[in-house]
Write a protein that binds this ligand. Structure first.
Ligand code: DGL
Length: 274
């Protein structure tokens, strides 16, 4: 069991910011990553659709013989964590609870900001998770949908990133929060500009980093940690592997190899056969 891979899925390339953290913390683990590039973005889709996609992605990864599943996508975690935890025979970790826990641990004034896709913010998943740990904490949330294409276009250091951050974060900056959760896979690429706009008094929480710690905890607890092998990484995407390699290489800070296209994968056939 220890030797089996960790499965990880996202709507596309953004989840590589989570993979990067898991890889850094657990360099001996094999990771199989599934990016649903044919159907992204998930951030503006309905809970029903995102949940269906999540189930399909998880079933695909199960065929790879994984020991644990990470839902790297915030929107998918917001809508589908419970159902995947119920349905799957292996541990399933989402990115919301680890981020929420870290945020609660950092706030001194009990006021936390959360940014994410429209879907994640509308779901109130972060708010519920934070309030479960600390019911009196105030949670102020804002969707920042244009951050995703800004990162995918490689414009994180361009003035357009700064302008959008000013626009999106204006109200949050005035709402006296002392912690801000980056509740979307792509936002760590904008961490510098987000920090600059929010100012020094606000701690920024990287949900992927906290999720990696949770993955380590769970593997340790279950005796599933692989600490002898050299880690390996395999990527499956449902469309445009070249774009995945190009953007993913930037997010990961290294060239991606072993990206396989599942263009012809018909989920209906796959669901019937699994
Ligand atoms: N991966 C998504 C998330 O973290 C962002 C991109 C999308 O909308 O598909 O919510």
């Amino acid at each position: 069991m220890r030797k089996l891979a960790i499965g990880m899925f996202d709507s596309g390339v953004g989840g590589l910011t989570v993979l990067k953290e898991v890889k850094a913390l657990l360099p001996h683990e094999h990771i199989v990553y599934f990016g649903d590039t044919a159907r992204l973005p998930y951030g503006n889709k309905s809970p029903q659709t995102v949940t269906r996609y999540a189930l399909e992605s998880a079933l695909f990864l199960l065929t790879k013989g994984i020991k644990l599943l990470v839902i790297a996508c915030n929107t998918s975690s917001a809508f589908a964590l419970n159902i995947l935890q119920k349905k799957l025979p292996i541990p399933v970790i989402g990115v919301i609870d680890p981020g929420a826990k870290e945020a609660v641990g950092h706030t001194k004034n009990g006021r936390i900001g959360v940014i994410g896709t429209k879907g994640t913010i509308k779901s109130t998943a972060y708010e519920r998770s934070i309030k479960k740990i600390s019911p009196d904490t105030a949670v102020i949330s804002r969707p920042c949908p244009l951050f995703v294409p800004i990162v995918e276009e490689g414009l994180e250091n361009d003035e357009v990133a700064h302008l959008m951050a000013e626009k999106y974060l204006h109200d949050l900056r005035r709402s006296d929060i002392d912690v801000l959760v980056m509740g979307c896979t792509h936002y760590p690429a904008l961490e510098k500009v987000i920090k600059k706009v929010m100012g020094k008094g606000v701690t920024i929480v990287h949900t992927g980093r906290e999720t990696a710690k949770e993955v380590k905890n769970v593997l340790e607890k279950k005796g599933l940690l692989n600490d002898t092998a050299k880690g390996s990484y395999e990527y499956f995407v449902t469309d445009a592997p070249e774009a995945f390699e190009e953007i993913g290489g930037r997010l990961l800070g290294e060239q991606l190899t072993r990206v396989k296209s599942l263009k012809n994968l018909d989920f209906k056939d796959f669901l019937l056969s699994s």
